[in-house]
Write a protein that binds this ligand. Structure first.
Ligand SMILES: NC(=O)c1ccc[n+]([C@@H]2O[C@H](COP(=O)([O-])OP(=O)(O)OC[C@H]3O[C@@H](n4cnc5c(N)ncnc54)[C@H](O)[C@@H]3O)[C@@H](O)[C@H]2O)c1
Length: 368
């Protein structure tokens, strides 16, 4: 295992490349050195050179950046359709790769990526950075704690009012929120399922964005364990309710969508075991004894609490590069397996097949 800082070349210096990759890498300067940048828009590459400072090599296209001997790791943050091919090209040249989402445009491409990552093991790091999002990890901890009992239903919802008109709203450019927010929310769903995905049902719609791509999706997954995970995104919702809802047979957890909102949790106190009851076919007694007539009259002992969103191990959506460094230089297993990112693309691909109007490949075949 080699030592020292990892020399990084970044492809694409837009909102993600400049705003996230450069900013994050500059925060971890003890681990990384940005040695090269590349953007088809040379002004953006020059702006990045200025922001980074020092000796940064500027390339106009991805090929020379990947081949640059001063680049050990290629960070791919250009538009989505080029992600897979650039990643495979870099791996072939023995470079480490941090590949932003979506890692592929469809399942066929994702399988090629997986095959390449097996041929060149240890080189590919998929940037599912919201795997480190504090609220997701707080929910995962509660789900895995067992306090809510058997969890049968989870809802995860990201709503805002955007009225977008950039390339992310145009199918032939690889746009659409299924490619943009989908990889984050589907990844969360797959992790929260706690078992293999059994069924996928998705609806895509255009709400307020002005292109031809979806800016709304709703995906309902069921797992082999019977759990339902329902994820939805809207770029056309002026108000929203809960970001997370988790319901189990012993309690619930919600995270309202409001600035500074805290988790609210209500669950049965494990110190009071529930009495064993049986279904009774008889007509129930009239409710003149004070208890609500449509539920069992037993006394339930609830615990109710609220708690803030808390970072786990100092992680958030901007700390993923630290994990990349730990994997490459220290051999610490990377939390995001390539197979997991491929599963995210498989699910998204199924949703697109169910909504052919929003299929990029179909449009391409029609010559649009
Ligand atoms: N992980 C995250 O949280 C996150 C957030 C935002 C965007 N992204 C991903 O990052 C990618 C870029 O999104 P964005 O919002 O930054 O787009 P953007 O349009 O703001 O930036 C893309 C940049 O790439 C350059 N570019 C385009 N094609 C290129 C090519 N072939 N070679 C070199 N440079 C090229 C463009 O000139 C532009 O500067 C998308 O795939 C998106 O899904 C990830």
């Amino acid at each position: 295992m080699s030592e020292g800082r990892i020399k990084v070349g970044i492809i694409g210096l837009g909102r993600a490349g400049m705003g996230m990759h450069v900013t994050e890498l500059l925060r971890f300067q003890d681990m990384f050195e940005i040695t090269a940048v590349c953007d088809v828009d040379i002004r953006r590459a020059r702006a990045a050179e200025k922001k980074i400072g020092g000796n940064v090599r500027v390339h106009r296209t991805h090929g020379p950046l990947i081949a640059d001997p001063e680049v050990e790791l290629v960070a791919i943050a250009c538009r989505s359709p080029e992600h897979t091919s650039y990643a495979i090209e870099a791996m072939k040249q023995g470079k480490y790769v941090v590949l932003d989402k979506p890692v592929a445009m469809n399942y066929a491409e994702a399988k090629k990526l997986l095959a390449a990552s097996k041929k060149y093991p240890g080189l590919l790091y998929c940037r599912q950075n919201r795997r480190f999002e504090p609220e997701f990890n707080n929910v995962l901890d509660v789900v895995e704690s067992g306090l809510l009992g058997n969890i049968y239903m989870i809802r995860h919802s990201i709503f805002s009012y955007q009225r977008r008109n950039d390339w992310q709203t145009i199918l032939r450019c690889g746009g659409g929120q299924l490619n943009n927010w989908g990889p984050h929310l589907i990844d969360h769903a797959v992790q929260l399922m706690g078992d293999k995905i059994k069924t996928v049902n998705g609806i895509l719609r255009r709400a307020t964005a002005v292109g031809d791509a979806e800016d709304f999706f709703k995906i309902i997954l069921t797992g082999r364990n019977g759990r339902i995970v329902d994820v939805e995104f809207s770029g056309g919702a002026a108000l929203s309710s809960n970001i997370y809802e988790v319901h189990g047979d012993r309690g619930s957890l919600i995270l309202p969508s409001a600035p500074g909102a805290e988790f609210q949790m209500k669950y049965l106190d494990p110190a009071y075991p529930l009495e064993s009851i049986k279904a009774d076919p008889k007509t129930p007694v009239m409710a003149d004894n004070g208890w609500e007539p449509y539920r069992n009259p037993e006394e339930l002992h609830w615990i109710e609490k609220s708690f803030p969103i808390t970072e786990k191990d100092g992680d958030n959506i901007s700390t993923i590069y630290r994990h990349v460094y730990n994997a490459i230089r220290k051999g610490i297993p990377y939390r995001i397996k390539v197979e997991e990112s491929v599963e995210v693309v498989r699910v998204a691909d199924l949703v697109r097949q169910q909504n052919p109007k929003f299929r990029q490949d179909r449009l391409m075949k029609m010559g649009k």
